[in-house]
Design a protein around this ligand. Structure first.
Ligand code: DC
Length: 218
């Protein structure tokens, strides 16, 4: 029996996570947050204080790490038995994830872990290369983006609401740098699949984005 797959790719901060989770819940499908796999690897590498650009070392860590995802209401991620959920969303984790994710051999090693999420009754897969590399045969594909200024503003608001310090200019710079790294890397760069539906969420509400994605499937 074929498993329907919906891929949602796009740059960081476009709302992929929120949209993907809402759509997966509505459809009763499984959810793959592929960024959290790269983020978990980054946490493991930072913990061991190794050079993030040393491919052989990072590949070893990727092969050895034991990841468990619990997805009841909130996503809980355990790395070698330790709950790392609270570290996943940090800016430092995202930036380090983008560095280790640029290593071709690392992506190859993590490919199967991601494919394994494709199970009945269906899968919503969120990332950068879901529709191009990991699930090129997916029945439904979306490319969700927003302007860098809008993505920075949303991230800033989120941090302030959580009571953190935040600097809008610094966040904008980091977002632009991350976009550049994710788009310019040689292996599986952030790119829109030819057969994806393009959605620019800059001036859209969350609900209208979710509705547009659900319309694609119904
Ligand atoms: O979606 P995210 O912000 O959690 O992703 C963190 C980093 O991981 C992102 O900057 C690039 C990398 N990533 C990737 O290379 N491929 C994916 N499918 C998902 C994330």
């Amino acid at each position: 029996m074929t498993v329907p797959v919906l891929t949602i790719d796009g740059p960081s901060g476009a709302g992929k996570g929120t949209v993907s989770r809402a759509v997966a819940k509505k459809l009763g499908w499984n959810y793959l947050d592929s960024g959290s796999i790269y983020r978990s690897l980054a946490i493991a590498a930072l913990k061991q204080a190794v050079d993030l650009a040393d491919e052989a070392v990072i590949v070893n860590i990727a092969q050895a790490m034991m990841l468990e995802f619990d997805c009841d209401d909130e996503l809980v991620v355990r790395l070698d038995g330790e709950d790392i959920t609270s570290q996943l969303g940090l800016e430092s984790t995202g930036n380090a994830a983008s560095i280790v994710a640029a290593l071709p051999e690392v992506r190859r090693v993590l490919l199967q872990k991601q494919k394994d999420f494709k199970q009945l009754p269906g899968l919503v897969a969120d990332g950068r290369d879901m529709g191009t590399v990991v699930f090129p045969d997916a029945e439904y594909k979306v490319f969700l983006t927003a302007s860098a200024a809008e993505r920075a503003r949303r991230r800033y608001k989120q941090l302030i609401e959580k009571g953190n310090d935040a600097n809008l200019i610094q966040i904008t710079n980091e977002i632009e740098e991350r976009d550049r790294r994710d788009m310019e890397r040689k292996t599986a760069p952030l790119a829109m699949a030819n057969d994806a539906l393009y959605i620019d969420s800059s001036d859209m509400t969350l609900n209208s984005v979710i509705e547009e994605v659900l319309n694609l499937i119904h």
